[in-house]
Design a protein around this ligand. Structure first.
Ligand code: NAI
Ligand code: MG
Length: 331
């Protein structure tokens, strides 16, 4: 029995979470869920976007599932607080094309690993007389830690190459430290190829030659942007999951946000949330259940009958979840 913290959040977050739970019930594993609150609706009720109780529930859980939240400018970001408080320093974002999905590339299987705790998202911003400044914090320890994670991940998942993505020619000090840390760590992994790309070139190559990449490791903002670009290559935001991993905790969430434009219509694509749970099952070392869940989802996608509108279908979120559950119960 695994103890899971469940943070549905706002907008389509609760919808895709409900769809996921419906599907997870059909697996041969038992979960004990603890519901926790975060986001904008939580702020309206409690005066904070991320109550201490939510943080402690997530800290105590074997893993956390997070839907999506609406972020209001000026309010503390719930997801960034969770990443920081739980020290979830590695953000894993697979860019994988699945058969049956209308992808720009149909043979892609790369992973973007984004440093999750510092960089331009350290939250140190201030107004000046002229405008405002934001501090880009890059430490040696965090850089070495994320690069080591990337090499270990590549080794464990039998990948061949790790590419550091940075802009050390302009950001000489901050990205200079990131780049040096990468090559220092790479010496401990002689069996893996290591190379580097400037972020602007990497953004172009991701569109023209994405298969040249295998594992990419980069700083916070670059990773955020490149992973949404990656999502565009493999069927859009409804299809891409992510994992936030630290030494003691892990949180799994779709890359997409709360999608206010479709919230309440019951038509959000549950795939990104379900694939996030697949990543969670792998993290919990339940690979058989992970593959079962992934295959059930892929079967439904390939059959092309019960799909949400973003995938070209006309079904509702829960209809698609029902179909995936049905496939699982048949296996
Ligand atoms: P978004 O990801 O919510 O939506 C972008 C577009 O993709 C919309 O047209 C939406 O309908 C579509 N989309 C997203 N997920 C989908 C799904 N599962 N099925 C079908 N279509 C889907 O990004 P946006 O609009 O920039 O942000 C909306 C809100 O979400 C904002 O408040 C933003 O701050 C927040 N946000 C929260 C994140 C999180 O909780 N981790 C991440 C990104 C944004
Ligand atoms: Mg993003």
């Amino acid at each position: 029995m695994y103890r899971l913290a469940l943070i549905p959040g706002d907008g389509i977050g609760p919808e895709v979470t409900k769809a996921l739970l419906h599907v997870l019930e059909a697996l041969d594993i038992e979960f004990d869920y603890k519901l926790a609150y975060a986001g904008d609706a939580c702020y309206q009720d409690t005066g904070t976007t991320i109550p201490d109780e939510t943080l402690s529930t997530a800290k105590k859980a074997d893993a956390t599932l997070f839907g999506a939240v609406t972020t209001v400018p000026g309010h503390k970001s719930a997801i960034i607080s969770l990443r920081k408080e739980l020290d979830l320093y590695a953000n894993l974002r697979p860019v994988k094309s699945y058969p049956g999905i209308n992808c720009i590339f149909d043979d892609l299987d790369i992973v973007i690993i984004r440093e999750n705790t510092e960089g331009l998202y350290s939250g140190i911003e201030e107004y000046t007389n002229e405008g405002a400044t934001a501090l880009r914090v890059v430490t040696r320890s965090a850089s070495e830690r994320i690069c080591k994670f990337a090499f270990q991940y590549a080794k464990k998942t039998r990948r061949n190459r790790v590419t550091a993505v940075h802009k050390a020619n302009v950001l000489k000090k901050t990205d200079g430290i990131f780049r040096d840390s990468f090559f220092k760590v790479s010496e401990d992994f002689p069996e893996l190829d290591s190379d580097e790309k400037y972020v602007d070139l990497a953004a172009m190559l991701l569109i023209t030659n994405p298969n040249d990449f295998d594992v990419m490791v980069t700083t916070n903002l670059f990773g955020d942007i490149l992973s949404d670009e990656g999502a565009g290559l493999v069927g859009g935001l409804g299809m891409v999951p992510s994992a936030n991993i630290g030494d003691y905790n892990a949180l799994f969430e779709p890359v997409h946000g709360s999608a206010p434009d479709i919230a309440g219509l019951g038509i959000s694509n549950p795939s990104a949330m379900i694939l996030s749970a697949v990543m969670m099952l792998d993290y919990l070392e339940e690979p058989d259940e992970a593959r079962k869940l992934e295959s059930a989802l892929l079967d439904v996608i390939c059959e092309n009958k019960v799909l949400t509108p973003d995938l070209g279908g006309s079904s509702k979120t829960m209809e698609m979840a029902d179909e995936i559950r049905y496939k699982l119960l048949k296996t």
